[in-house]
Design a protein around this ligand. Structure first.
Ligand SMILES: [Cu+2]
Length: 516
């Protein structure tokens, strides 16, 4: 039996913290009132895999496997993992490295492994066309050609990405370079340089993971009541240094997180998806959508316990009959704890965060030779009509409105045999992404990193001025990004672009492009 009490406790803690005005209630013990007793489960750090030197190559052995994971003590949940039962090791390598990734599939069904954010030839990208059958091995050889960054890897199996990632096929990929190594940033993995992989899950009463069991899952993607970091439910971390670098990855299937510390303490954002920003940006709240990463420096020098929380947001979506209004009004409205910090009694002093981090040349719109437009569409029912497609609405039993259950880009759903766009090698282009639906969609482009030009004509905020591979496009918003297709020509293997809410991707909100 699942320990229901534990579930409720995990939720109750969040509610309590928020009721107290986003302040973590310090727990007093009988002996020393000042020292709080850690509650919950110690955060586990994914093992670090730096590759086996093999001549000019570094070899990484990655086994996709089935397993069982004890998210709750005494309850075994069937899961998938890479070299383990749930999630995978953190892969770490450097610019100019030649890495050989030996991926073996033992999960009992076909899968793929995509290197999210990595600038690689399309045939090595691990997208839906690089299927690895059960029992087979896939072995791309990749030259690292980009700056230091926090990237990740995950299943990208056609129609099954959501389910396979949900079960555990994901992990972090860290790139270093001379710039990142020269900076006095916290960089001791697992000590003051911490992967924070945020996900949420829902469980059945028998302890199995619940996937796509209610109507809302299809509309807003999978969202769970149980929040976890690095696969640990109700986690805490004990900082031993005054500053800690958190490499935060939103690896949730669809949930967006509005991140903040429970006492509103500021933090410094030092990197976005594609690597370091030019300078740290001080913030106290930050939105991270599925697929996005951010590196922040958190300061624990006051020795006080504090919690990384999700801040509840109040929706201004119109209150009207129908599922879309209900879902939109509820979306993001729940506050909860993500990761609690209990600083050690003695903290080793960290160096000050440098005022300058790296150099980034901002591109201007007039460098682009072409603008492509992408219209993100949620299927509507037969009441809607228009360009929303034939497979939605009443006929599928999902009613009308925007929540038809199928998703489109420019009126098409992704099919494996249709190339949507053809790009000329060497070109710089503007991709203008318009979200015709009320729901925000994180838009991800494979092949490399881009820069955000503007949102509805307005320049992005400072923490979005660096390189990105995933950008949140809010309801009815138009986001323009500028991207160069510099290196890999291939007339046969396409790259993908898609919504990173994985259930939207699996249900059609994806397309393919060739670079020729
Ligand atoms: Cu979407």
């Amino acid at each position: 039996m699942l320990k229901r009490r534990k579930f409720l406790k995990a939720l109750g803690l969040g509610a309590a913290a928020l009721a107290a005005g986003l302040r973590w209630p310090v727990k007093a013990s009988a002996q020393t009132a000042a020292i709080p007793v850690p509650e919950g489960n110690r955060l586990t750090i994914p093992p670090l895999l730096e590759g086996m030197e093999d001549g000019p190559e570094k070899r990484f052995e990655l086994n996709l496997q089935q397993g069982e994971t004890e998210f709750f003590s005494g309850v075994k949940t069937p899961t998938l993992g890479i070299n383990g039962s749930f999630l995978g090791p953190t892969l770490r390598c450097s610019r100019d490295d030649l890495i050989r990734l030996q991926v073996n599939n033992q999960i009992g069904e076909p899968s793929t492994l995509h290197w999210h954010g990595l600038h690689v030839p399309a045939r090595s990208d691990g997208g839906p066309h690089q299927t690895i059958e059960h029992g087979a091995r896939w072995e791309p050889l990749i030259r690292i050609m980009q700056p230091a960054a926090t990237l990740w890897y995950h299943s990208h199996m056609m129609h099954k990405t959501g389910e396979q990632v949900y079960k555990g096929l994901a992990g972090m990929l860290i790139l270093d370079d001379d710039v990142s190594r020269s900076l006095p940033l916290p960089s001791e993995y697992g000590v003051d340089d911490i992967p924070v992989i945020i996900q949420d899950r829902r469980f059945n009463k028998d302890g199995t993971l619940a996937y796509m069991t209610i109507y809302d899952d299809m509309v807003q993607g999978m969202q769970g009541d149980i929040k976890m970091v690095n696969g640990v439910v109700d986690p805490y971390f004990v900082p031993t240094t005054t500053k800690v670098r958190l490499r935060i990855l939103n690896a949730a299937n669809s949930r967006k997180y509005m991140l903040a510390f429970s006492d509103h303490r500021p933090f410094q954002v030092i990197a976005s998806d594609g690597g370091l920003l030019t300078a740290p940006v001080t913030m106290d709240m930050l939105m991270l959508a599925s697929g996005e990463r951010v590196e922040i420096i958190a300061d624990f020098s006051d020795g006080q316990p504090v919690t990384l929380v999700n801040v509840p947001m109040v929706s201004n979506y119109q209150d009207s009959p129908g599922a879309m209004s209900r879902i939109m009004r509820a979306m993001g409205s729940e506050g909860f704890d993500i990761l609690r910090f209990y600083p050690a009694a003695e903290l080793r002093p960290s160096q000050a965060v440098p005022e300058a981090l790296t150099t980034i040349r901002r591109r201007s719109a007039d460098e682009a030779v072409k603008t492509r437009t992408f219209r993100l569409q949620m299927g509507t029912g037969s009441r809607g009509g228009g360009d929303r497609g034939p497979t939605t609405g009443y006929r599928n039993g999902f009613g009308g409105g925007h929540g038809g259950g199928d998703y489109f880009i420019n009126g098409r759903q992704m099919t494996m045999d249709f190339i949507n766009e053809r790009v000329t090698l060497g070109d710089t282009e503007i991709w203008e992404v318009f979200n015709s639906s009320p729901m925000p969609h994180p838009f991800h482009i494979h092949s490399g990193q881009f820069q955000i030009l503007d949102r509805d004509g307005v320049a992005p905020p400072p923490h979005e001025l660096g390189f990105k591979d995933t950008v949140l496009v809010k309801g009815r918003e138009t986001v323009r990004v500028i991207i160069s297709f510099t290196d890999f020509s291939d007339a046969e293997h396409p790259y993908m672009y898609h919504c990173h809410m994985l259930e939207h991707e699996d249900r059609g909100m994806m397309g393919q492009f060739l670079v020729i």
